[in-house]
Write a protein that binds this ligand. Structure first.
Ligand code: GLN
Length: 330
């Protein structure tokens, strides 16, 4: 039977079937809904008072099917998940080789905000997803002034989400009033010549990028853009350069869950990124993205329920990239 050409190109040949995804997502939601483990981040005062029972799951596929369950319209702060998209913007502006040279991509094996890693590691920056490397990555973004750089970052995130995103002002104020640790990291980077704009200006822009509000659906669309070779599946816009996608995803695999990344790769085998706001986005290249939002975190700063749900769904649907079953070999 012949299929019209348009249908062939607009539907992903590998995106999972609707009924299957829906059923598995529902199972995972019921199974982990009452897990009492974990604790909200409290070093940023605003995050401590977010309702810890909030729980939402959103899946967006590369052919723009959307599956949701639970609190998917609640706007939470993107936090460290922002680092993924600032990395993509830095590569667009400077090219991947320059970004690799200026930042590097080695796991630190330490907490995400560790000053020891800055001192110990040959690159000092470590990788774009620990705070030091992320602040340095933000410092690479060019613009006329701080305002212009910030607008470029917010505009880029918005294109990936397919709609206009905004700062959650209360989160920004709360974090800006307490981010002495990040300022210390920036000064330490300056000592080693590994920050590329004014250190405090860079921390401020970085704090703003972490305070961007997203709901689970918007974040899943940002993730699906990565899964879809940089093309937003809802708007059809090429947001992220195709050639940069493997660099982003490999970095997510090695450092997306900080010092929980090795265990995550072992159990789940998907590039993912967490934020202390309670979100995790996992990318299934070519197929789509899974986002879970649930504020209580483990010791490493990763949402407990989000890890459980994504592991469950990935195993049930053969998403683990290291399993030949992920490409159909049974
Ligand atoms: N804004 C947070 C910080 O700088 C981001 C950390 C995170 O989400 N892991 O500490």
């Amino acid at each position: 039977m012949s299929v019209p050409l348009l249908a062939q190109v607009s539907r992903s040949p590998v995106a999972p079937r609707r009924e299957l995804v829906q059923a598995v997502v529902k199972e995972a939601y019921e199974k982990f809904r009452t897990d009492p483990n974990g604790k909200n981040a409290d070093y940023i005062p605003y995050l401590a008072q977010v309702d810890s029972k909030l729980f939402g799951i959103a899946v967006v596929t590369t052919d723009n099917q959307v599956f949701t369950l639970g609190d998917v319209n609640y706007t939470f702060s993107i936090q460290s998940i922002s680092k993924v998209f600032t990395l993509a913007l830095a590569m667009e502006q400077l090219g991947p080789d320059k970004v690799f040279e200026k930042i590097g991509s080695e796991p630190t094996g330490r907490a995400f905000n560790s000053p020891l890693a800055v001192v110990d590691m040959a690159t000092h920056t470590g990788n774009p997803f620990v705070n030091a490397g992320a602040i340095a990555t933000t410092s690479l973004i060019s613009g006329r002034d701080a305002e212009d750089k910030w607008n470029k970052i917010l505009g880029f995130y918005s294109k990936a989400a397919g709609e206009k995103l905004a700062l959650i002002d209360e989160v920004y104020k709360s974090e800006a009033a307490t981010n002495t640790g990040n300022k210390a990291l920036a000064m330490l980077l300056a000592k080693y010549g590994r920050i590329y704009a004014d250190p405090f200006e860079s921390v401020d822009i970085y704090t703003k990028q972490c305070s961007v509000g997203v709901d689970a659906i918007q974040l899943a669309r940002m993730g699906a853009t990565l899964a879809n070779n940089g093309v937003n599946p809802a708007t059809g816009e090429q947001v992220i350069q195709r050639e940069d996608i493997p660099h982003v995803l490999s970095t997510m695999m090695m450092a997306g869950l900080y010092d929980g990344s090795g265990g995550w790769a072992w159990h789940v085998g998907l590039p993912a990124k967490s934020g202390v706001g309670g979100g995790i986005v996992a990318i299934v290249p070519g197929k789509g993205a899974i986002v879970v939002f649930a504020p209580p975190l483990d010791e490493a700063g990763n949402s407990v329920k989000a890890q459980e749900v994504i592991e469950y769904v990935a195993n049930k649907l053969d998403f683990n990239l290291y399993s030949p079953a992920s490409v159909g070999l049974k």
